[in-house]
Design a protein around this ligand. Structure first.
Ligand SMILES: Cc1ncc(COP(=O)(O)O)c(C=O)c1O
Length: 404
């Protein structure tokens, strides 16, 4: 019946205008021998057995609760667990009304954009920043304003100038989006002093901070500084957390925590009939075992070994070609390529050597990243990381010889 159907033959182009055509294309690199592109956890450590036991327990003990609609805000006992854990970290007493559970923090970001951003609203992001945030805010029609990131994260001087200009121009910034710990893509952790400056600036200019702490808990060199949420004593900061990195990204269980009236506004703007009541119960049952804490410590140990393997291989094989900082946690290294190397040339040469990396330009809302690459250290065992970096360095040598 559909033999004449040709995808793209309809006037989809018109239907998709204006937003989709403005978005960057999704990248997908084929399964090369060494994948340093996909920001995924160690697949061998996924706690499948424990989750299976929790799933059985939930279905036996609470089938009706697990298998029917559960409401927009998410399973209250899981929200209470998250509020208690976040409250203990931040030194605040938080109720379950501060939390809403989302289908991944990607969904949380979308919910925030839907609630707070209208066409043309200024939203501040880092240069570089997480591309999912660029897509989400842009899809809402936000006017993205990039602020430089240096070795210590977002530059507070430049941020102050930008905020001042926006306020003076009568279009104050709505949101400031920040990944404060083990940033994706830079790997940088914002020092406490900058967190304090950032909170002061945001409150002075009445901008909401969106603190995306996707890599929370994946500390390699000791605990991260106080969160922006803690520094601000819970006011004016919308904090995103996720179980994607510390349990499993396939669960799609994450949360947004904020002042109760902000959380209520976010929940009001949801039209998804809530995320999965079944998985909320499974996650809570798993969190209540003592496995979770042990599992996070296990991940920290694995990632420390992998981070160190990548750092030493980069020093050994690629030192003349790159500069990098040591990330104190998370998944990522950010490489600055020395001249004459460009990210585009190294990216292509690396593919021929079976190594997938991510070109830096992906992470900029405006121009930038032509001499940067993001590398993932979480996914591969140390031996593969060493081989991958060796192959990547060979690609850099080839490119460097071609342009001389
Ligand atoms: C900074 C950042 N925020 C959000 C996400 C999305 O995470 P989730 O799986 O919870 O949707 C990611 C995933 O890579 C991320 O790096």
């Amino acid at each position: 019946m559909f033999s004449n159907f040709e995808p793209g033959a309809t006037s989809l182009g018109n239907l998709l205008v204006p937003i989709v055509t403005k978005l960057p294309k999704n990248t997908s690199l084929s399964a090369l021998r060494y994948d340093l592109n996909a920001g995924v956890p160690d697949s061998g450590s996924l706690p499948a057995e424990q989750l299976a036991a929790s799933a059985v327990e939930v279905l036996r003990n609470d089938p009706a609760g697990a298998l029917t609609y559960g409401g927009q805000q998410g399973y209250e006992p899981l929200r209470a667990w998250i509020a208690k854990s976040e409250g203990m970290k931040a030194g605040l007493s938080l109720g379950s009304d501060t939390v809403s559970i989302t289908s991944g923090s990607a969904h949380g970001l979308e919910n925030i954009a839907l609630t707070f951003v209208a066409e043309g609203d200024p939203v501040i992001v880092g240069a570089p920043t997480y591309p999912g945030a660029i897509r989400t805010f842009r899809a809402r029609g936000a006017k993205l304003i990039s602020v430089r990131q240096d070795d210590n994260g977002i530059d507070p001087g430049e941020l102050a100038t930008v905020l001042k200009a926006l306020t003076a121009g009568g279009t104050p910034a709505k949101l400031i989006y920040i990944v404060p710990n083990y940033d994706n893509p830079t790997g940088v952790t914002l020092p406490l002093a900058r967190r304090e400056e950032l909170v002061d600036l945001a409150s002075k200019h009445h901008a909401l901070i969106v603190e995306d702490d996707a890599y929370a808990g994946l500390d390699i060199d000791g605990p991260a500084p106080a969160s922006l949420f803690e520094v601000a004593e819970g006011r004016g900061v919308i904090r995103l957390g996720t179980f994607s990195k510390t349990i499993a990204s396939g669960l799609r269980v994450a949360w947004v925590i904020a002042e109760p009236h902000i959380t209520a506004a976010l929940v009001h703007m949801r039209f998804d009939n809530g995320a999965s009541p079944f998985l909320h119960r499974v996650v809570l049952s798993y969190l209540e075992t003592d496995h979770y804490q042990k599992h996070v410590r296990h991940l920290q140990a694995i990632y420390r070994e992998r981070r160190d393997a990548m750092a030493s291989a980069l020093t050994e094989y690629a030192e003349p070609y790159v500069r990098f900082r040591l990330p104190a946690g998370g998944f990522f290294f950010w490489l600055e390529l020395n001249e004459p190397l460009t990210a585009a040339a190294v990216f292509s040469a690396a593919i021929k050597n079976e190594v997938a990396v991510t070109p830096g330009a992906m992470y900029f809302a405006d121009q930038g990243g032509d001499r940067s690459l993001r590398l993932v250290f979480s996914a591969l065992p140390p031996e593969d990381i060493r081989n991958a970096i060796y192959q990547l360095a060979q690609a850099m040598i080839e490119v460097s010889n071609q342009v001389r």
